[in-house]
Design a protein around this ligand. Sequence first.
Ligand code: BG6
Length: 345
Amino acid sequence: MLKEIHEQPQVIAETLEGRIAGGKVLNEILGVGASELLQQTQAVHIVACGTSYHAGLVARYWIETLAGVPCTTEIASEYRYRQPVVQPGTLFLTISQSGETADTLAALKMAKSRGYHAELAVCNVPESSLVRESRLVLMTRAGPEIGVASTKAFTTQLATLALFALALGKVKGMDEGRYQRGVRQLETLPSMVADVLALDPQIKALAEHFVDKEHALFLGRGTHWPIAMEGALKLKEISYIHAEAYAAGELKHGPLALVDADMPVIAIAPNDHLIDKLSSNMEEVRARGGRLYLFVEQGIKHGLHGESVLTLPKCGEISAPVLFTIPLQLLAYHVAVLRGMMPGL
Ligand code: BG6
């Protein structure tokens, strides 16, 4: 897992290679005739499982915000057993590391009889069933992922989905400045991921605070709500600590009652338009005597303070969800090692 976490700068660079040129995302990434297909796309329906589902939740924000195209994201094991109503011009998008997840494959099979505009797979295994059965394919290039907890597959999925959202945004007339900034963030993403990986000693020290805990709560807003979900999933999957994620605005509708000194709260705080809202949620945690661990973006003006504050470099709407994922992966890893869940270490 640690090896795969540290491969991320390299595999993200490989995933982006040949797909951006002259400050633009190349339309050919989706094959011949992609411009027309994107032009005709009126909506996107994303279906996936597990970590791939979390990538799809981030993509939903990007697709709606950048391209102005309606998008929904759904768990494959739910989708396959219901009767979806499909609007004309809807693109069906599956996301899967392996391309062999039974629910995702079954969802694709069902979708083919539902009148979607086309099926697009974002996948890491070229010879997989999902790739073979989809009309359009965007490969992630994470290489084989052996670790139980998905790490590099997730961040390469995000990079690939960002390419897609920007390509769609371009044909749908998104703001040129915003487009340029998005492309630039992708171009610099590998080196920024490497910068965040260098924070590892601080994250290892932070992990000490979690060793004897049985529960943890992860909070985020916007694109960072699914990142909080991913952080919680990593922690529970490998350290066996019960972890939940909440959209920070939901805190007051129940989970706040559980917050005390034994329930560490990890808040993900990028410097975006939601920071004021998140900041007031942090006050709610403090008022309950909760232990707050903050992952913040450099330059935040708010006096956010907690037990510990980890500062990430300045990022943007595309790079932030990827960059904030890295310390959450490392936290889960170090907590698991400290709790003796990684035999041989
Ligand atoms: C689970 C894995 O079984 O399947 C997760 O533990 C993964 O890590 C999920 O995200 C979905 O897998 P895939 O291959 O469809 O992305």
